[in-house]
Ligand binder design. Structure first.
Ligand code: ADP
Ligand code: ZN
Length: 227
């Protein structure tokens, strides 16, 4: 049987990455963050990293064709069609969603979780967010919940840092792009009957249990975590 195909959408700072880490553990489905994939490409100065760098540093979206190159490659390398996936930060434009749906035709994705939270809450969260600098780890902390030995990652020991694009002026720009380019995806998946809205101002554990309960209701998962 194929694995669960889930998209997690929501503003920057809504908790997509945190929920994906919990879901990946629960379902054993790969967590695919296009942002992490791009940060890794930039860190290793690959050809794609070089093309993506200026966009990322200025808080802009990377062009769709470059995003799809990375996603298409991940589909093959990680056998995502069969294993399923938790996409974190993809799709982020209507065009990307069209291309993803074409890749997955005729079934498409199983469900889309929309993490809903106000702009004031996410601006405060992002300004205090700190992340593990190891691109293979991706653990997330904050000024309020630092790693046990500040500032080294609890999971891998790498330095925990502030992301370049988590500074106030860039945060505003990324949130404006979200409203213009990504928010329309909510209506698209709602019309398809695939949208699950979750209040993302709640604690991470509460967000996880509510999202999981919705998947159970829709018979997309069972208590043991098998999709
Ligand atoms: P955030 O959601 O907080 O902006 P991410 O880690 O998901 O952070 O992404 C960081 C950056 O990577 C984005 O600002 C953008 O430049 C680029 N990026 C990631 N995913 C996409 C995507 N699907 N489409 C376009 N750009 C993307
Ligand atoms: Zn780490």
């Amino acid at each position: 049987m194929r694995g669960l195909r889930l998209l997690i959408i929501g503003k920057q700072g809504s908790g997509k990455g945190t929920l994906c880490v919990q879901f990946a553990q629960h379902f054993g489905v790969p967590h695919i963050s296009t942002g992490d994939a791009f940060r890794a490409a930039v860190a290793e100065s690959s050809e794609r990293g070089i093309r993506a760098k200026a966009f990322m540093e200025s808080g802009q979206l990377v062009p769709d064709d470059l995003v799809m190159e990375i996603v298409d490659e991940l589909f093959v390398r990680e056998s995502l069609r069969e294993r399923g996936f938790l996409f974190d930060g993809f799709p982020r434009t209507v065009h990307q969603a069209d291309l993803l749906d074409a890749t997955l035709a005729p079934e498409g994705v199983d469900a889309v979780i929309d993490l809903e939270v106000s702009t004031e809450v996410v601006v405060a969260r992002l300004a205090s967010r700190r992340v593990c600098s190891n691109p293979n780890c991706g653990a997330i902390y904050s000024l309020k919940s630092p790693p046990k030995s500040p500032w080294n990652c609890d999971l891998c020991g790498s330095p925990v840092v502030q992301r370049d694009d988590d500074r106030e002026e860039m945060i505003r720009r990324r949130l404006d792009d979200y409203e213009a380019m990504t928010a329309p995806l909510v209506d698209r998946y709602e019309a398809l009957g695939k949208l699950i809205r979750v209040d993302a101002a709640l604690s991470p554990d509460e967000v996880f249990s509510r999202a999981l309960a919705e998947l159970l209701t829709r018979r997309l998962a069972n208590e043991t975590g098998e999709a």
